[in-house]
Ligand binder design. Structure first.
Ligand code: FES
Length: 378
């Protein structure tokens, strides 16, 4: 600020002196008057139709009850739909129909409770505006007692205790809402022996190893050192999608690799399970079942991308890193008269993650490769 401005400002100050402007000048800073507006407060309370007319209040009450009854109906219909429109194995149409009717019924159950609750709150519970001052999160004894008071007031104003029909229909709707889940959870496992259905795969003696997904059989000569193949049983391609193609593929998927013979450290008793450095291991991770899809040629490690479990192919796919607790199950292989790679038999143990009935399904011919596995079996 130069001298002229200072003089001019001084002149203005003299012509219209005020305490604030003088203070501003002395401090060398401009002070702007606040242009905020005062709190207009809450608008006047407008009673609702249901506050004014008892007939409309009763009508709203009936509507709330109707929504809760609809919710009950939805829950019951969900069970009926599950039973009346069953899923037939291999029939995608039945899956779609089951899901459609089940979904509609459950949606009705959820919407009924949701809309009924909203309607109750908007039309029948107290509509008085309430202002709550901010305070420390831990209230004093006095404020806690006040909270109880407010809770009881809320109970009185909402009519939760008084409007017993609404309250009971709401409780009924919420109470039976989980029932469809019971029948749905039943579907988590087949009615037949669930463990048996996953304890065996399509691999049988003489089944050719084929490329995934073409199903082309693999000759031992085609497997070069350092290469890795994603493999399925040759006969899988004859299976239709309605005949459990995907389920069988998920069980039987195998990784095939060829290592220099001198790098293979085969476990005692498993010497005959490989062919000229070619080994086959289940592709399903023994942690929680992701496909083990990454092969490091240099280290001969297989990596599971899900949680980084790492298996050493040179040593019967033992776990060298990560959360998996068991080696990948090995598929015993050999070649047929035409030089194609074939399975000697099925896996000797259930593939994939461990589960408590798994030990009951281990083949007597199984050759354990780790002390931990032996201890577990014992
Ligand atoms: S599923 Fe493979 S590491 Fe978890």
């Amino acid at each position: 600020m130069d001298d002229n401005e200072r003089k001019s400002m001084s002149a203005e100050d003299q012509s219209a002196p005020s305490e604030q402007s003088i203070v501003a000048y002395d401090r060398g800073a401009a002070i702007e008057q606040s242009d905020g507006f005062s709190n207009p407060g809450l608008p006047p309370h407008r009673p609702r139709q249901t506050d004014l007319h008892p007939a409309k209040e009763r009508r709203a009450e009936r509507q709330v009850v109707a929504w809760f009854l609809l919710s009950m109906l939805g829950s019951v219909l969900a069970i009926v739909a599950y039973i009346a429109v069953p899923i037939e194995p291999g029939n995608m149409g039945s899956v779609r129909a089951n899901n459609l009717f089940l979904g509609l019924a459950i949606a009705l159950a959820l919407l009924g409770v949701g809309i009924g609750g909203m309607h109750w709150a908007r039309q029948l519970m107290s509509s008085h505006e309430v202002v709550e001052e901010r305070h420390l999160s831990r209230g004093s004894e006095k404020s806690r007692a006040r909270a109880v008071e407010i809770f009881e007031l809320g109970d009185q104003e909402s009519g939760f205790s008084r409007r017993t029909l609404i309250r009971n229909t709401l409780i009924g709707a919420v109470a039976i809402m989980p029932l469809p889940a019971i029948v749905l959870f039943r579907d988590l496992a087949p009615a037949a022996d669930a463990v048996d259905s996953i304890a065996h795969t399509m691999w049988t003696e003489g089944e050719r190893l084929a490329l995934d997904p073409t199903g082309t059989p693999i000759r031992a000569d085609d497997v070069t050192i350092g290469s890795a193949f994603h493999v399925i049983p040759e006969s899988l391609k004859d299976l239709g999608h309605d005949e459990g193609y995907l389920d069988q593929k998920a069980l039987a998927a195998v990784l095939l690799m060829r290592l220099p013979v001198d790098r293979l450290k085969e476990a005692p008793g498993r010497e005959g399970w490989s062919y000229d450095g070619i080994v086959a291991y289940s592709k399903i991770c023994t942690h929680v079942g992701c496909p083990v899809a990454l092969y490091e040629q240099q280290t001969h490690h297989l990596l599971c991308p899900c949680h980084q479990s790492t298996f050493d192919v040179t040593e019967h796919a033992k776990v060298v890193f990560g959360p998996a607790k068991r080696p990948l199950p090995q598929l015993p292989i050999t070649v047929d008269a035409e030089g194609y790679l074939i399975a000697q038999r099925d896996f000797t143990e259930p593939i994939g993650p461990s589960f408590w009935e798994r030990l009951n399904h281990i083949d007597p011919d199984h050759v354990p490769v780790s002390a931990a596995e032996t201890e577990t079996r014992a």
